[in-house]
Design a protein around this ligand. Sequence first.
Ligand code: NAD
Ligand code: IPM
Ligand code: MN
Length: 355
Amino acid sequence: MAKHIVVIPGDGIGEEITAAAVKVLQKIDETCHIGLTFENRDAGGTAYDKFGTPLPEATIEAAKKADAILFGAVGGDQWDNVEPSLRPERAVLGLRKALGLYVNLRPVKVSQVLSEYSPLKPEIVTGTDILIVRELIGGIYFGDKCESEIHNGVERAWDLENYSVPEVERITKFAMTAAKKRRGKVTSVDKSNVLATSRLWRRTVIQVAKEYPDILLNHFYVDNCAMQLAMNPKQFDVIVTGNLFGDILSDEAAVLGGSIGMMPSASIGELTSLYEPIHGSAPDIAGQGIANPCATILSAAMLLRYSLNEDRAVAMIETAVDQALADGWRTPDLYKEGFKKADTDTMTQVVLRYL
Ligand code: NAD
Ligand code: IPM
Ligand code: MN
């Protein structure tokens, strides 16, 4: 039976990197006969320019009907001053909410090849294998907010952080189940020394963990966790945390593997799942054809794993990316003297060749 993929390129480098990942999926389909079909849909600033909204209803409808969604990135300076509810970023937030994508998986794996690109010492980062499980549709991102109010003649703005017990329970269960298939350790990250939401978070995680006696659970405050990630990343197996902390810590963790251009993600919920690199639209390099396509190619591999159960195809893609790197091909984000320079297209062609 055919499997229908809705592709949402978005803005900036979004178009370049999703086109690369679609080529990889098409090639893999020739070997694995999955029967993939593709349909492009609009979202982000480019959709706002065309339709006056960053997330057209037609995109949401198509996404809901798809077997999986491949998402590029949204945003750019030219939309910085549009009305907040129409900002490009609302597209990805709106899709996450509309599809109930409460889990965001952000794996951080540092191979020998990549460890020399980290600003940290190779012996600290080599062998790092972390799965960040970020809660994606709650917390301060989705609480009440006020863009501006005048109180006693003073302007203020606010965003409300809130989490409910069921929201924390379901993400904790997901993290515990994931840890069972890995090294059996979960680190929960919060700021329970200050925040009420974090105290509820920690209490709930401890309660849920009782159902998983084989899992080793520990807790870090987010500030300490940020430091531990740089100092001793190999201590982590699964990290479970809220929406904002997960956003920040995953960009930090991307540095362990040398470039954010290598980091994929999967957003999973009750309906269709969505796959996207953790990076943004990279306006500074957009349109130059030099973005690293690997994060999106590896996101496509996660799509095959989590939405389509095509494990052979996943292994083929991950191996092809490893081989392209081992063979010395580097996009500018990872380039050093003595290596082979690749732009987006060259890197994609090399990965295709190894498939
Ligand atoms: P960014 O991730 O776009 O870029 C940060 C830095 O990393 C830049 O120097 C960029 O060139 C580099 N980079 C990112 N991806 C790369 C790749 N594939 N290859 C090589 N280099 C890469 O973050 P930012 O600059 O803070 O944000 C830019 C825009 O993207 C903003 O509008 C932001 O809101 C948006 N954004 C969107 C998403 C998303 O759609 N999921 C995620 C993050 C940021
Ligand atoms: C990400 C991005 C998004 C987030 C933005 C663009 C809304 O930074 O996917 O990491 O904060 O979740
Ligand atoms: Mn982010």
